[in-house]
Design a protein around this ligand. Structure first.
Ligand code: NAD
Length: 475
């Protein structure tokens, strides 16, 4: 398979170009790496119609057969991991080893769901009646993905949707459509026509999907700002929604830690994928007794990290993915400077092509500062000094977000007691950003609605249906 050109949509089992196409650029150097089809609303209508036509037979298929297709899809991803990974680095910017992890994780996720089954609950089994509740598919799911983990985020949606018997129309971000379109080429050989459709396009395509009456559910991952729009638009036909949104995750470092080791761990918790991770540590609270030592160790480690083109050997951090995000990160850095906050490292953008921003560490800015209050989604991080647990818990939770967070401390029980006080969907203790297809993941507050992963995530693609059967003679 050629991963370097010929990017086509998947509609009703056929790979299609559109009337128009848009350029996709490599964020490391600005070079055009491909042209993606620009779907029209008529293209979307055809994709939805194909998904609707495919739904009854797919839903009626024994679950074991649907699982067999997911297994095949996973195998196809593994078999094409090199080409998919290289393309992912070219369009997203992430280092090659990170792209490989994303691709292999996507294959693993496709196959892991095979272990899950929607349960059937017997509610009553008496002389009077037999009553049971089962979980039936919703119909056609619209899946909308962001640009930070284009393939992996999509693979959080497809397996539970397809396994439970739904059909899907998937839309990648216009900044990173190419890897997903190539995945569609693999899927075209494995899934019946219409079961999975992939459409690419510009800013108008997402709103067309959320307002389209042919969808029964929208599964959206992206910013909280867009999530609000998705929910408002989906409400017109009462589509189900799963919203995986933004975060402003806090990491809290307790005073008993091994400072050097934990500084390195927390660094990657914040800067993996250049900070463009929904669950990146976006504010790091360090106990006052170790604050200065921790900051110095953190900065010393950060100086060793290599930034460059993700395709180059040894690169640990690539560029920011796109121009709007690049401008936003620079604006937050400029604000920190204008306000006179101390910059412990970085601050000046690199000259030359590519959206490169140096690792930038802001030393104990005020709690009300923009860099503390807003989701930066880039390689700039505030380190903050705290003195008591009650104080830090109040600061951690004083946000509209509630996605995730982490606690770092030698006494794991004390760390867990603190973790339980976070108002967020996931809290890691002494580890960073571990995800599992078998664990529910989702945001509290304005970080989302619903979850992905685990049985809870699977059931979000179903409706509960209760059948009650009388055992009394009919009068
Ligand atoms: P975004 O909200 O700008 O875009 C996400 C997707 O929605 C893209 O495909 C985009 O084309 C589409 N879209 C844009 N406007 C739309 C509209 N009005 N209706 C429907 N779709 C629309 O987000 P982004 O910049 O691509 O991604 C970064 C954000 O995603 C961050 O806030 C990050 O925290 C969040 N995120 C969350 C998770 C999670 O699991 N909670 C995971 C990854 C990223």
């Amino acid at each position: 398979m050629d991963f370097t050109n010929d990017y086509r949509m998947l509609i009703d089992g056929k790979l299609e170009a559109a009337g128009a196409a848009f350029e996709v650029r490599n964020p490391a150097n600005g070079a055009v790496i491909g042209r993606a089809p620009q779907a029209t609303s008529a293209d979307l209508d055809r994709a939805v119609a194909a998904a609707r036509r495919a739904f009854p037979a797919w839903a009626a298929m024994p679950i074991a057969e649907r699982k067999a297709r997911l297994k095949e899809l996973g195998d196809a991803v593994f078999a094409n991991a090199e080409g998919l990974g290289r393309l992912l680095t070219a369009e997203q910017g992430k280092p090659a080893q990170e792209a490989a992890i994303e691709v292999m994780g996507s294959g693993y996720w496709l196959q892991a769901y095979i272990a899950l089954n929607p349960p059937v609950t017997v509610n009553e089994d008496t002389d009077e009646r037999f009553s049971e509740t089962r979980h039936v598919p919703l119909g056609v799911v619209g899946a909308i993905a962001p640009w930070n983990y284009p393939l992996f985020v999509a693979m959080n949606k497809l397996p539970p949707a397809l396994l439970t018997g739904n059909t899907v129309v998937l839309k990648p971000s216009p900044f990173t459509p190419l890897t997903t379109l190539k995945f569609g080429e693999l899927a075209a050989q494995i899934l019946p026509p219409g079961v999975l459709n992939i459409v690419s396009g510009g800013d108008e395509l997402g709103p067309w999907m959320t307002s389209h009456p042919g969808f029964d559910k929208i599964s959206f991952t992206g910013s909280t700002h867009t999530g609000r729009r998705v929910m408002a638009s989906a409400a017109q036909t009462l589509k189900r929604v799963t919203l995986e949104l933004g975060g402003n995750d806090a990491a809290v470092v307790l005073p008993d830690v091994d400072v050097e080791k934990v500084a390195e761990q927390v660094f990657w918790s914040a800067f993996l994928n250049n900070g463009q991770v929904c669950t990146a540590a976006k504010r790091v609270y360090v106990h006052q007794d170790i604050y200065d030592r921790f900051r110095d160790a953190f900065v010393a480690y950060a100086r060793t990290v290599r930034i460059g083109d993700g395709a180059a050997e040894g690169t640990q951090l690539g560029p920011i993915n796109n121009a709007p995000q690049y401008r936003r990160v620079l604006e937050l850095i400029r604000d920190a400077k204008d306000q006179g906050y101390r910059i412990a490292l970085g601050g000046e953008p690199h000259a030359g092509p590519g959206y490169f921003v140096p690792v930038t560490i802001i030393d104990n800015p005020p709690e009300h500062s923009r860099i503390v209050q807003e989701e930066q989604f880039g390689p700039v991080l505030p380190l903050l000094r705290y003195s008591s647990l009650d104080e830090v818990v109040a600061r951690v939770n004083a946000t509209e977000f509630g996605l995730a967070g982490s606690v770092w401390g030698k006494d794991a029980d004390a760390a867990e007691a603190l973790a339980r006080r976070f108002n967020s969907g996931t809290v890691w203790i002494n580890e960073r950003q571990v995800l599992s297809p078998f664990a529910a993941f989702g945001g509290m507050k304005q970080s989302g609605i619903g979850v992905e992963g685990g049985l809870e995530g699977l059931l979000e693609y179903t409706s509960a249906q209760t059948i009650m059967r009388s055992r009394k003679p009919v009068a």
